[in-house]
Design a protein around this ligand. Structure first.
Ligand code: SAH
Length: 207
């Protein structure tokens, strides 16, 4: 299949990640008028002025998380729910936070329709994480901020991994992988250049 071939050619090699990308139907996470482009390797617009990420970036960040079947994962930025769906195939439990209720409700509906019942979508401010559900073995942020949210570091287990885009809203951003060591130290690896919508504080006022 062309979709998987493109991911492989771009360097995604983890068999479990490729299987998850193959299994999750991206056309179910895009708007009706975008279905024709569901398997093109590009980000697409969704409601509330947001985007569903490019498949390559979804696969890349997922691969960088190094998920194990027993992992509890936190995602900040549910959007369409597509990244959460991919995570749900590779981990035990996924908690995903979205600041727009409209997007969260739609994502919930899609995930339920596909039977991906190990994902909980929450409406809230992802900058605060989900303290009542913490700690998490893996955290992924799918919107770009300029600094690492401390609440998320606090909610990561020792040995845990966080993957997030860091940079300025309209300028250069890169994917960063942080590994939390003993005593809370963070080991940082800077990875590929990306473009994400901004990570914004607070629940969205409009729907
Ligand atoms: N992972 C998504 C990509 C969504 S784009 C997918 O697979 O479709 C990023 C999303 O992050 C947007 O929906 C935006 O509303 C949300 N977001 C931005 N700042 C946030 C915050 N502080 N808390 C929760 N969600 C946030």
């Amino acid at each position: 299949m062309e979709f998987l071939l493109t991911l492989r050619r771009r360097g995604i090699s983890d068999a479990a990640v490729l299987r998850a990308m193959d299994e999750v139907p991206r056309e179910r996470f895009v708007d009706a008028d975008m279905v024709g482009n569901a398997y093109v390797d590009q980000a697409l617009p969704i409601a509330c002025g947001q985007t569903i990420s490019q498949p390559y970036v979804v696969a890349y960040m997922t691969e960088q998380l190094g998920l194990r079947p027993q992992d509890r994962v936190l995602e900040v930025g549910t959007g369409s729910g597509y990244q959460a769906a991919v995570l749900s195939r590779l981990a035990q439990q996924v908690v995903s936070i979205e600041r727009y209720r409209t997007l969260a409700d739609k994502a919930k509906e899609r995930l339920a329709a596909l039977g991906y019942d190990n994902v909980d979508v929450i409406v809230g401010d992802g900058l605060e994480g989900a303290p009542d559900r913490a700690p998490f073995d893996r955290i992924i942020v799918t919107a770009a901020g300029s600094t690492v949210p401390q609440a998320l570091v606090d909610q990561l287990t020792e040995g845990g991994v966080m993957v997030l885009p860091l940079g300025s809203p309209n300028g250069p951003q890169q994917i960063v992988r942080l590994t939390k060591g003993e005593g809370g130290t963070l080991e940082r690896h800077d990875l590929i250049a990306v473009r994400f919508v901004p990570l914004l504080p607070g629940k969205a006022r409009e729907l």
